[in-house]
Design a binder for this molecule. Structure first.
Ligand code: S3P
Length: 171
């Protein structure tokens, strides 16, 4: 059966960058739920939050998942997708879930370099907030089929590590 490879993890863990690399390595197309949401709204994620609020964003995030079919593609997801129990049913329907596990220090470092705006971190002490979010979600991310530690990995080596991890557990 054709299974998507679905990347889960915190903001800044490298889902989009690793996902693109993985897509290139494997020849699979790359799909990103945040990009699908942006296309649906015609606005960046930060504006969807600002104009419609988080609840609406989450409702559409779930609905985007429901529109997808299983297949041979790489799917990067928004960091909060793991919070809704019903999203997990969709994720399991679509494919194999892979948690890109990164320590809070790694995440903070990457977020400092990232150009993407993160509405949940638009606060003065965003580092503390990022740590708290990671702590509250870790047990959810850990439910993924595969866990790959990406600490200390460059973005050009991470996709190979993820691909090897996938190949070692899937036929
Ligand atoms: C979110 C993560 C973001 C985006 C939104 C909410 C979260 O995606 O979906 O800002 O709740 O962790 P990234 O994980 O790609 O930053």
């Amino acid at each position: 059966m054709e299974r998507a490879w679905i990347l889960l993890g915190m903001m800044g863990s490298g889902k989009s960058a690793v996902g693109r690399g993985l897509a290139e390595l494997s020849g699979r197309p790359f799909v990103d739920t945040d990009i699908l949401l942006q296309n649906r709204f015609g606005r960046p994620v930060s504006q969807i939050f600002q104009v419609y609020g988080e609840q609406t964003f989450r409702d559409h995030e779930s609905s985007i998942l429901r529109t997808l079919e299983p297949g041979e593609y790489v799917l990067a997801t928004g960091g909060g997708i793991v919070m809704r129990e019903s999203n997990w049913d969709e994720l399991h329907r679509l494919g194999t879930t892979i948690f890109l596990k990164a320590a809070s220090e790694t995440i903070i470092e990457r977020l400092e370099q990232s150009k993407k705006r993160r509405p949940l971190l638009e606060t003065e002490n965003w580092q503390e907030r990022a740590r708290a979010i990671l702590e509250s979600r870790l047990h959810l991310y850990e439910q993924a089929d595969i866990v790959v530690s990406v600490d200390g990995l460059e973005l050009d080596t991470a996709p190979t590590k993820v691909l090897n991890a996938i190949r070692s557990v899937t036929p």
